[in-house]
Design a protein around this ligand. Structure first.
Ligand code: HEM
Length: 491
C-alpha cells in the first residue's frame, strides 16, 4: 500500500467516525432533534444564502431547541423564549462567553475585546461601560448630538425633496448613525457635505468597516471545520486584513488621546475608559483601542440597517405612514424638532418602529455564545463548548408567540400584549448594551423624517423590494425613494 493509499484510508476512516459520532451525539440528547450531520460539513448543507430563514424553516421541523452541527461545532439553536431566559438569564454564568473561531479570534484581538471578549475581559469592561449607556448619561452626553445629526439629515433630505431627485437613504443613514457613535466615543464626525466626506480621515475608517462587516457576515467553512482552522487562522494572522487597518487607525487615535488626556476632564467615552485603565500600560492601550473598535462596529451598522428598513416600510405602507404623520404632526407642528422626550406621546410611531424590528430584525441570530462547562438546563444536557444561537428572527415571527406573525401590523404593539417576546436586542446581562441609544437615535430620526416628508416608492414602482441580504446584519438591497416636502409644518 502506498503512502497516499494509507493516507486516503485513514481519511476515510476519519470521515466515517466523524459521521457516526456527530449523529450519535444528536440522537443521545432525546429532548433535542436536528438535521442529519455529514462528516466535516456537519449540518451546514441545510443552509442556503439566507441562513436565518433556513433556521426558521428547520426549527419548525425540529423544534424550539434544535441541535445543529456547524461544521465540527455542536450548536443548539434556541427559539423557545423560556429556554432563552433559562440559558441567558438564569444560567448566565455558564454561558457568559461567546463562540470561538479563527475570524473571531482575529477581529477580537484574541478575545481581548468587549463584544466577544473572554469573561476575564468582558466583566471589567462591562462594569466600566454600563454607566455610559444608561438613559441619564445618554441624555447628558448624546441626546444633543442625536438632535444635531437629525437636523443635518433632514436638511440634506430637503434638498432632495426640493429637486424631486430620487433619494438613496443608505449613505446618509450610515453617516447619521456613524456620526452619533463617533461623536460620543471620540468627539469626531464626518461632515455630510460630499467634498469634505472624501477628504476626512474618518472616512477611511468608515470604508474599512464596510469591508470588515462583509467579511464577518459571510460564513467561511474554515471557521467551523477543525482540520481547516489552523490553516485559516495562520492566513488571517499572517496576511494584510481590513481589520488591521482599523486597529492601526484607532490605536493611533488612542495614543494621541492618551497624550492629551487630563485627569478630571472627560471629553468623551475614550477618556472615560482611559480614566479607568490609565495611559501607560500596553493593556490600557490595547483595551481602549479594542473597545473603541467594538462600539463603532456594533453601534453604526445595526441602527443604520434598522433605519433603512423603517424608510422602506414607510414607503411600502402609506396608510401606516399617514397614521404616524397625524400623530407626529400634533406633537411637532410648532416645534423645530421632535425630541426623544416626545416618544411617549407618539405611541403609534413607536409601535411602527417596533413592528419593523420584529419583521426585519437586524441581528436575526444575535451573537452566538458558548457553554463554559457541561450543564443541564430544563432537562436538556448541554456539553461544554456547545455554541448557542438565539434564533431571534424565528421567535419574532413564530405563530406560537404572535398572532398573524407574517403580516406587518404595528397596532399589535399598542396593547403591549405581545411585548414579552420582543427580543431584537437579546436577553440577559450580555444583551445589547446600546439598546437605549439605538432606540433614541432611531426614534428621533424617523419621527422627524415623517414630520417633514411624505415618502413613497419611485414613480412607476408599486412596492420596494423587501428581500433581505444576509451579512453580519440583515439589510435591504440598495433602494431609492421619492421625498415630498410636507407643506403644513409651521417652520
Ligand atoms: C437596532 C439596533 C441594534 C440591535 C437590534 C442590536 C442587537 C444586538 C444583539 C442581538 C446583541 C447580542 C446580545 C446577546 O449576546 O445576547 C448585541 C450586542 C451588542 N450591541 Fe447591539 N444592537 C443594536 C444597536 C447597538 C448600538 C447602537 C450599539 C452601540 C453602543 C450596540 C452595541 C452592542 C455591543 C457592544 C454588544 C455586545 C454586548 C456584550 O457582549 O456585552 N448595539 N446587539
Amino acid at each position: 500500500m502506498s503512502i497516499f493509499e494509507i493516507f486516503g484510508l485513514l481519511f476515510l476512516l476519519y470521515l466515517i467516525k466523524d459521521f457516526i459520532s456527530k449523529n450519535r451525539n444528536i440522537s443521545q440528547n432525546p429532548k433535542v432533534r436536528g438535521p442529519l450531520s455529514l462528516p466535516l460539513l456537519g449540518s451546514l448543507w441545510t443552509l442556503g444564502k439566507l441562513p436565518h430563514e433556513d433556521f426558521s424553516r428547520l426549527s419548525k421541523r425540529y423544534g424550539n431547541i434544535m441541535s445543529f452541527y456547524m461544521g465540527d461545532t455542536y450548536t443548539l439553536v434556541i427559539t423557545s423564549p423560556d429556554m432563552l431566559r433559562e440559558i441567558f438569564v438564569k444560567n448566565f454564568d455558564s454561558f457568559v462567553e461567546r463562540t470561538r473561531s479563527p475570524i473571531f479570534k482575529k477581529v477580537t484581538d484574541n478575545y481581548r475585546n468587549f463584544i466577544s471578549g473572554d469573561e476575564s475581559y468582558w466583566r471589567p469592561f462591562k462594569a466600566m461601560l454600563a454607566s455610559s449607556f444608561t438613559k441619564q448619561t445618554l441624555k447628558n452626553h448624546v441626546t444633543k448630538s442625536i438632535d444635531d445629526q437629525t437636523q443635518q439629515l433632514v436638511d440634506v433630505m430637503k434638498s432632495f425633496a426640493e429637486t424631486l431627485e430620487p433619494f438613496a437613504p443608505k449613505k446618509f443613514l450610515e453617516r447619521y448613525t456613524f456620526n452619533i457613535i463617533t461623536k460620543y466615543v471620540m468627539d469626531e464626525q464626518i461632515p455630510y457635505d460630499q467634498e469634505e466626506m472624501t477628504n476626512s480621515p474618518l472616512v477611511k475608517l468608515f470604508d474599512h468597516f464596510s469591508v470588515i462587516l462583509q467579511q464577518l457576515g459571510s460564513a467561511n467553512l474554515a471557521d467551523f471545520v477543525n482540520v481547516l482552522k489552523p490553516f485559516y487562522e495562520y492566513y488571517l494572522f499572517h496576511s494584510d486584513q481590513p481589520y488591521d487597518h482599523i486597529t492601526k487607525l484607532l490605536r493611533e487615535k488612542t495614543e494621541e488621546t492618551m497624550k492629551t488626556y487630563k485627569p478630571n476632564v472627560t471629553r468623551h467615552l475614550m477618556d472615560h475608559c482611559i480614566a479607568e485603565l490609565g495611559t501607560e500600560s500596553e493593556h490600557a492601550k490595547r483595551s481602549v483601542t479594542n473597545i473603541t473598535v467594538d462600539l463603532l462596529v456594533a453601534g453604526a451598522e445595526t441602527s443604520n440597517g434598522t433605519l433603512q428598513w423603517c424608510l422602506l416600510m414607510l414607503a411600502n405602507h402609506p396608510n401606516y405612514q399617514e397614521n404616524c404623520y397625524q400623530e407626529v404632526y400634533e406633537i411637532g407642528k410648532d416645534k423645530l424638532l421632535i425630541l426623544n422626550s416626545d416618544r411617549t406621546a407618539t405611541p403609534f410611531t413607536q409601535a411602527f418602529i417596533k413592528e419593523v424590528m420584529r419583521v426585519h430584525p437586524i441581528a436575526p441570530l444575535g451573537l452566538p455564545r458558548r457553554a463554559k462547562e457541561d450543564i443541564w438546563v430544563q432537562d436538556v444536557f448541554i456539553p461544554k463548548d456547545t455554541q448557542i444561537i438565539q434564533n431571534i428572527r424565528s421567535l419574532l415571527q413564530s405563530e406560537q408567540y404572535w398572532d398573524d406573525p407574517l403580516t406587518f401590523k404595528p397596532e399589535r404593539f399598542l396593547s403591549g400584549m405581545q411585548s414579552q417576546h420582543f427580543v431584537p436586542f437579546g436577553v440577559g446581562p450580555r444583551m445589547c448594551i446600546g439598546m437605549t441609544l439605538a432606540t433614541e437615535e432611531i426614534y428621533t430620526a424617523i419621527a422627524n423624517i415623517i414630520l417633514n416628508f411624505k415618502i413613497s416608492p419611485l414613480n412607476g414602482i408599486d412596492k420596494i423590494d423587501e428581500s433581505e441580504v444576509f451579512g453580519l446584519t440583515i439589510h435591504p438591497n440598495d433602494f431609492q425613494v421619492k421625498l415630498e416636502k410636507r407643506k403644513n409644518k409651521l417652520f
